[in-house]
Design a protein around this ligand. Sequence first.
Ligand code: MN
Ligand code: MN
Length: 319
Amino acid sequence: MFYHVKELQFNARVSKPDPKFARLLLEQFGGSNGELKAAMQYFVQAFTAKNPYPDKYDLLMDIATEEFSHLEIVGATIQMLLGGVNGELKNATEESEIMKLLDGTAAKEDFIHEAIINPQFGVLTGGGPALTDSNGIPWTAAYVNANGDLTADLRSNIAAESRAKLVYEYLMKFTDDPSVKETLRFLMTREIAHYQMFEAALATIQPNFPPGILQGDPRYSNLYYNMSSGMDATGPWNQGTSTQLGETWQYIEDPLQHVMDSNGLTNLTPTGTDRTEKSVQQLNEELSKLRNEEITSATAEIDAQWSTYTKTGGLISDL
Ligand code: MN
Ligand code: MN
C-alpha cells in the first residue's frame, strides 16, 4: 500500500514564476525519461522480482517510491513556476496577488503570453502540470521497459538513470532561478545514486552475462565485421579480449568474402574462444535448472498470498 506524506522529499522552492521553464520541466513530469517513467518502470519490474529475489524487490520498490516522490517535486515546481495562471484564469477581471508582484500591465501580459507558449497550460490544465512531455505529447506506457529478467531490467535501469541525469543537466542550463537550480541538482544527484544502486544489484546476480539464460553460439560471439571502407577504427571493441566472455575478437576485414566462403556463416568453426557447442549446451542446461529452481521454489502453487502481516507492524514478507 502507499501512504502519502504531504511534505515533499526535498524542499522545492521557486524565486518567481517562469511559465517557459515550467513547460521545459514537463519533460521530467510526463516525458520519456521523466520521473513517472522511472517510477512505473521499477514498480512494474518489482512484481516479477518479489518472490525469487525479495532483496531486489525491496530495492526496486524503494526506488520506485522515491521516483514518485520526485514526480511530486517536479509537479509542485511546475505548479509554482506557473504561479498565478490558474487564479488568473478563474478571475480574468481582477489581478491576483502573484500578478501584482509582476509590475504593471505589460509584465502581466508578458506572463500570460509566456504561459500560453504551452497552450495546454492555458486551455486544458488551467495552469497546472500535465502528464505530457515539453511538447505536449501524452505520457505513454511505451516508455516503460520490463522484461521479467533482472539481468536485463537492471541494465535497462542503469541506462534510464543515465538519461534522466542528463535531462536534468540540460534543464539546469535553461533556468537562472537559484532555488529551481537547487531542486534540479538534488533530482539529478539522486539519479547518480540510483545508477550505482542498480549497478551494485546487478553484480550480486551471477552469472549475469549474457542477459537471460541461453548462451550465444560460439561461432559468432567474437566476430567484428568491418562493414565500411575508409577509416577503419580499432579499439577494445574489435581488438584484444572481449569484455564479458573474455574471447579474442576476430576482425573480419572482408565480410562479403567471409559470408561467401562460409556458405552464409554456416561452415564456421569457433575461433578465439574456448567455448564449444558442447560447453555452451551444458551451461544452458545448468543455468536453466538453477534459475528455474530459484524462481519456482519461491512461487506457491496453492494458497498463494502476497503479504504476511504481523501485529507488531512491519511485514515479514517485506524482508
Ligand atoms: Mn528521479
Ligand atoms: Mn532515479
